[in-house]
Design a protein around this ligand. Structure first.
Ligand code: TAP
Length: 491
């Protein structure tokens, strides 16, 4: 396990020697200590990233040359997949098969953006037709500069890949701050990049707190672009900080995503996807479909089946075979989710199952998977992100009612609909005010497709070619044809 900052191609302690504890959420044991970056460390990292961008030529490499590094990083991650996945489990708590999936996805993300970096070479410019024949014009794409990336704890390595891979592919250099509670695998990414021969300063990892290291990144004048994934309040702060220096900014924030199930849906299939939509990763998923709306004809039967299946979920340490629900990421997150459930029942909601620490789990941040019914529409449980394994479920009568309930939210990250009637499913999909819509499923995520939210769920899109655009500027180059004269002042 690494414990130092990775700055300018070197491993280094924090300037003041400070560290923070790494806690295994399954055992509550302190398993490691990691350097806590100060503003001074962030300054050194940003200056290294600036030099790598402005002087050392990272953006001047061809896309194909950058792609070689990205593919070497992908290969390096895959070569150590099981070991990195294990680190993810002891840091974040998720079951090993989920962590293994994430690490494979992270490697795939570097491969995907290697392909897009190569495409930048084959499409270096776009000719622009002008209405004045004396001029020709073209648009070219150029990297924005130094990207400051701040990521959360729910998919530690994968969120790093979603920001670092497109940034490097575009020709940007990066200073990345992982979440304090899950920093182990970001440091492994630095180690893999180092082994891949990535030039010094191109990728810098500064572990530490949001209020010190994160704040230093968002305030630094040497950072051109801020890429943030996390909570709305911090996203709002980051946007305000970006506004001060007109930094480019992309935000991937939370949601309270609806899942509408019509009464022609297969109940088993619906229950499978409802569970996947809220219990995967202990429900700590920005796109979790945490508000389920079920048409009255099947509501009772579906609820009974959902509660039966939810009670069967095997809870335990993510390293144990067959575990489908690990502990929540931290004591703080556990306390917040328990408080949200208590507030829900105080507001009038009914606990259909779950809601407490499971029996036999006195240690670890464990929580039973929870189903809430009769949740008042104005309560926080219905309207605010809980970010835990807690689903609110209610019946509806008509399609219009379901759409109105689904869209009645300040968020708009994701939404899902289930129906055997394809025409209706498409109609509802197009009526959802959300950036990601699933039909007859919930959560499958592909590196190729755009990811991001409407309304307060964020700004900009990650993944796919949209993710690359996040790190590119557009420049127009307009030329007066030789032999042409302007003749405004001098005839
Ligand atoms: P946040 O506080 O938003 O943390 C996300 C990242 O921002 C972390 O790296 C954090 O650092 C950093 N950060 C915090 N304050 C900062 C500041 N002033 N300047 C710069 N960076 C700062 O999320 P959280 O506290 O981990 O979770 C709180 C809630 O946010 C959750 O319950 C959930 O609702 C939501 N959340 C959403 C997502 C997604 S994917 N949308 C992911 C995680 C959480 P440190 O954590 O190291 O201090």
């Amino acid at each position: 396990m690494r414990s130092e900052l990775y700055i300018d191609g070197k491993w280094t302690a924090a300037a003041n020697g400070g560290t923070f504890d790494v806690v295994n959420p399954a055992t509550e044991e302190v398993i490691h200590k990691i350097a806590a970056a100060t503003a001074q460390d962030v300054d050194v990292a940003v200056k290294a990233a600036r030099r790598a961008f402005d002087e050392d030529g990272w953006p001047k490499l061809s896309g194909a040359q950058r792609a070689k590094y990205l593919r070497a990083i992908a290969d390096g991650i895959r070569a150590r997949q099981a070991e990195i996945a294990r680190l993810e489990v002891i840091d974040n708590g998720k079951p090993f098969p989920e962590a293994d999936w994430d690490i494979a996805d992270a490697a795939g993300c570097f491969d995907f953006y290697a392909g897009l970096a190569e495409q930048l070479d084959s499409n270096p410019e776009e000719p622009i037709a002008l209405p004045d024949a004396r001029f020709t014009s073209k648009a070219v794409k150029e990297p924005i500069g130094v990207a400051g990336a701040i990521i959360p704890w729910n998919y530690p390595l994968l969120m790093a890949a979603w920001t670092v891979a497109p940034a490097l592919a575009a020709g940007c250099t990066v200073v990345l701050k992982p979440a304090e509670v899950t920093s182990l695998t970001a440091l492994e990414l630095a180690a893999v990049a180092d082994e891949a021969g990535l030039p010094p300063g191109v990728l810098n990892i500064v572990t530490g707190s949001g209020s010190i290291a994160g704040q230093a990144i968002i305030d630094h004048k040497g950072v051109d672009k801020l890429a943030f994934t996390g909570s709305g309040p911090v996203g709002s702060k980051i946007m305000a900080a970006a506004a001060r220096d007109i930094k480019r900014v992309s935000l991937e924030l939370g949601g309270k995503s609806p899942f509408v199930v019509f009464d022609d849906a297969d109940i088993d299939e619906a229950v499978e996807w409802i569970m996947f939509g809220i219990f995967w990763n202990q429900g700590q998923v920005c796109s979790a479909t945490s508000r389920v709306l079920v048409q009255k004809g099947i509501y009772g039967r579906l609820l009974t089946r959902l509660v039966d299946e939810t009670k069967k979920i095997k809870i335990g340490d993510g390293l144990e075979d067959g575990v489908l629900l690990g502990p929540l990421v931290s004591r703080r997150q556990h306390e917040q989710v328990v408080a949200a459930i208590e507030a829900a029942t105080a507001a009038g909601a009914t606990l259909a199952c779950g809601g407490k620490r499971p029996e036999g789990f006195e240690t670890g941040y464990y929580l039973e998977p929870t189903v809430l019914t009769e949740v008042p529409l104005e309560s926080d449980a219905w309207r605010e992100e809980i970010f835990g394994p807690v689903v609110c479920i209610r019946p509806f009568s008509t399609e219009e009612e379901a759409i109105a309930l689904a869209n009645d939210s300040r968020f708009g990250l994701a939404a899902a609909v289930m129906s055997k009637d394809d025409v209706r499913a498409e109609r509802v999909a197009s009526a959802f005010r959300a950036g990601i819509v699933w039909i007859n499923c919930s959560q499958p995520t592909f590196t190729e497709a755009p990811w991001g939210g409407y309304k307060e769920s964020g700004i900009g899109r990650e993944l796919g070619r949209w993710g690359l655009e996040n790190y590119l500027e557009t420049k127009q180059i307009t030329r007066l044809a030789s032999g042409e004269k302007w003749g405004w002042y001098i005839k």
